[in-house]
Design a binder for this molecule. Sequence first.
Ligand SMILES: Nc1ncnc2c1ncn2[C@@H]1O[C@H](COP(=O)(O)OP(=O)(O)OP(=O)(O)O)[C@@H](O)[C@H]1O
Length: 115
Amino acid sequence: MTKDELLEAIDQVHDVFSLENNEEQSRAFRITAEHFAFCTMKQMLLFITGIGGSGKSHVIKAIVTLFKWCGCPENLLLSAPTGCAAVLIDGYTIHALTFLPGGESVAKQSDLEAI
Ligand SMILES: Nc1ncnc2c1ncn2[C@@H]1O[C@H](COP(=O)(O)OP(=O)(O)OP(=O)(O)O)[C@@H](O)[C@H]1O
């Protein structure tokens, strides 16, 4: 996919999810999408928060859609701290994603570094 096609896909997903109706959703989506498009080797940490129903999952769904449209859904892993939150975004719990053991056992540093 060329850069122009990527930018076009970003605009289309932005429209499909009506993110122009919400400035903060729009900004969160564009920051993530443009990082995906132009800075693939750098880690980005972005904290999106808001009260229940403010549209956090909606932004995540838009990001998921962008990765699908760009043909690389496998480059995106979704996780959430609780099972309920993970189901809402069709993702994994952080424990499941990082193979952390359940119960009271403590993960070994070497196991975590191998992930
Ligand atoms: N920009 C938008 N355009 C249209 N509908 C939207 C938009 N943002 C959010 N919604 C709708 O508002 C509802 C609540 O949004 P969402 O589930 O994303 O909120 P949330 O912040 O993740 O909530 P919670 O924290 O309770 O899980 C959903 O039905 C979603 O589709």
